[in-house]
Design a protein around this ligand. Structure first.
Ligand SMILES: *Cc1c(COP(=O)(O)O)cnc(C)c1O
Length: 236
């Protein structure tokens, strides 16, 4: 849990590099870089690292483990940060997630969505959610299937304390930039399909440190970047 000055400079430099990558990818795609929200994925990194990123102007942070995140959210209360839960959602964690986070990206079944809606505290605005879709076939296990998506999206959109914003995906890692684009394109087409059914959705949460250019080229509005900002994570 050390937060040396050197660590902080590394984070500032990482943020600058990632912002430049987003700007270049947006320019190449003829897109406005301001339409792409950078979520800095701070899982496994200490509150001091989040504070350093916040000092460098970063507002949105992504966390995957509820307990670990709660400590950081408390430590940084008063800084006006936006917290995104991006990990797998266990049913026994929904109450803490609904109380502590602004966004949840990994909703993939109705039971979890119903719990998040029922448990969202009344004093807070609706929880912003994305449905995670499995766009890589058997390669990944979490995420709802493209076939099940329309019914799930319509059910989630009806829940009173959630605001369904769009879709999220974590494609299987892949080195080839052209091949990286395929699952992202698929996710965009699925979003377009839901819009055609009348759902008002504006969010495509896709793209990580190794594939953010491909994601921006296919229309990402949220990229979730950890390693390229904070450095390598210790293995869990
Ligand atoms: C850890 C994580 C990221 C960040 O991955 P990097 O490769 O470090 O950028 C993004 N999205 C999700 C869902 C993650 O779990």
């Amino acid at each position: 849990m050390s937060g040396s000055v050197q660590d902080f400079e590394h984070i500032r430099a990482g943020l600058e590099r990632v912002r430049a990558r987003i700007a270049a990818a947006a320019a190449a795609a003829g897109r406005d870089p301001a339409a792409i929200r950078l979520v800095a994925v701070s899982k496994t990194h200490p509150a001091e690292a989040v504070a350093a990123a916040a000092d460098a102007g970063q507002r949105d942070f992504g966390e995957s483990y509820v307990q670990e995140a709660a400590g950081k959210i408390d430590a940084l209360a008063g800084r006006d940060l936006v917290w995104h839960f991006i990990g797998p959602i266990q049913s026994n964690k929904t109450r803490a997630i609904a109380a502590r986070f602004h966004w949840v990206h990994g909703v993939d079944r109705i039971k979890v969505a119903e719990r998040l809606s029922a448990q969202r505290p009344q004093g807070l605005p609706p929880l912003e959610v994305c449905i995670q879709v499995n766009v890589s076939g058997e390669a990944t296990k979490s995420g709802c299937s493209p076939e099940a998506l329309p019914a799930l999206a319509e059910a989630v959109a009806r829940l009173p304390r959630l605001r369904l914003r769009g879709l999220m995906a974590i494609p299987a890692p892949c080195d080839d930039p052209e091949a990286q684009r395929r699952p992202f394109r698929r996710l965009r087409e699925l979003l377009e399909g839901l819009r055609a059914r009348g759902l008002a959705l504006d969010t495509l949460s896709m793209g990580m440190s190794d594939d953010l250019e491909a994601a921006v080229a296919e229309g990402a509005t949220v990229v979730r970047i950890g390693t390229a900002i904070f450095g390598l994570r210790p293995r869990r």
